[in-house]
Ligand binder design. Structure first.
Ligand code: DGL
Length: 272
């Protein structure tokens, strides 16, 4: 394994670009190969079996692309498929999910109560809840499923402050999350609204999940002596999606913070 090999990152779509963005900022010398499964988006309301099948195929694709690590940049995929991918690949390359780094981060703090907002599938797996309680059985947890927030963010309503404020109030009000010390934004899309959510819940620490995951990846690669020493090169990353419409290019900018080129990859087509 060479340290100049790329980091593979995948998500159900383009929301995982919030994680890719944090990794790109923290580790600018790294080359990223991103795969967004826009054909099967959203994962949040799919069965566990279906999600595991998609994740297995994408992990195979990233391993074939010679990635030195795989980052599951999707909460729903992490909650349903991490154990499987770890079993399949961890002997060859590190597999990182977006849940365990947050559990560890919370374990290092003195939070007494935690709120979690995530997709229905992530909440239904109880992965966050069980891992948090295993670490601290006295922790008070309030977990809520949001069916539509990811789609609302994808619609690009961030540019309509009054609408966004109403949406934030709907999901993050005290009636949903009374007296919590910290909040996990348990879906790749939500960090786009992190600043506004933090301003709305001044009493609560809104955890910067992409940064926590990026730091975890950096520590892991460093430990394995796999951090790249290549020179920074703006055009080096590759972004693939399994179904292409020009709209995805528009929304990708919301999540990655800058315009990027998305390439269609027929991974799931019959001759792909
Ligand atoms: N990427 C998903 C997650 O983090 C959100 C979108 C979806 O439901 O696929 O849970």
């Amino acid at each position: 394994m060479k340290n100049t090999q790329p980091i593979g990152i995948f998500d159900s779509g383009i929301g995982g670009l919030t994680i890719a963005k944090a990794i790109n900022q923290l580790l600018p010398n790294e080359k990223i190969i991103y795969f967004g499964d826009t054909l099967h988006l959203p994962y949040g309301d799919k069965s566990e079996e279906a999600i595991r099948h998609y994740c297995q195929t994408i992990a195979w694709f990233l391993a074939e692309k010679n990635c030195k690590a795989i980052v599951i940049a999707c909460n729903t995929a992490s909650a349903t498929s991490y154990e499987l991918l770890k079993k399949m690949y961890a002997h060859k390359l590190p597999v990182i999910n977006v849940i365990d780094p947050l559990i560890k981060y919370i374990g290092d703090k003195d939070f007494k109560s935690i709120g979690i907002l995530a997709t229905p599938r992530t909440i239904a797996t109880k992965t966050y809840q069980q891992k948090l309680l295993k670490q601290n059985k006295a922790l008070i947890i309030r977990a809520i499923a949001a069916k539509s927030l990811a789609s609302i963010i994808e619609e690009g309503f961030q540019n309509h402050p009054s609408l966004i404020n109403a949406i934030i109030e709907h999901y993050f009000s005290k009636s949903n999350f009374p007296e919590i010390d910290a909040l996990i934004l348990g879906c790749t899309h939500y960090p786009v609204l992190q600043k506004q959510i933090q301003a709305f819940r001044k009493d609560t620490k809104v955890i910067d999940a992409p940064l926590v995951v990026a730091k975890h990846l950096k520590a892991k690669l460093s430990k394995l002596d796999l951090l790249s020493d290549a020179k920074k090169n703006e055009d080096k990353h590759k972004f693939y999606i399994s179904d292409y419409t020009s709209n995805f290019t528009k929304t990708a900018k919301i999540f990655f913070g800058e315009k990027i080129e998305l390439d269609y990859c027929p991974l799931f087509s019959s001759n792909g």
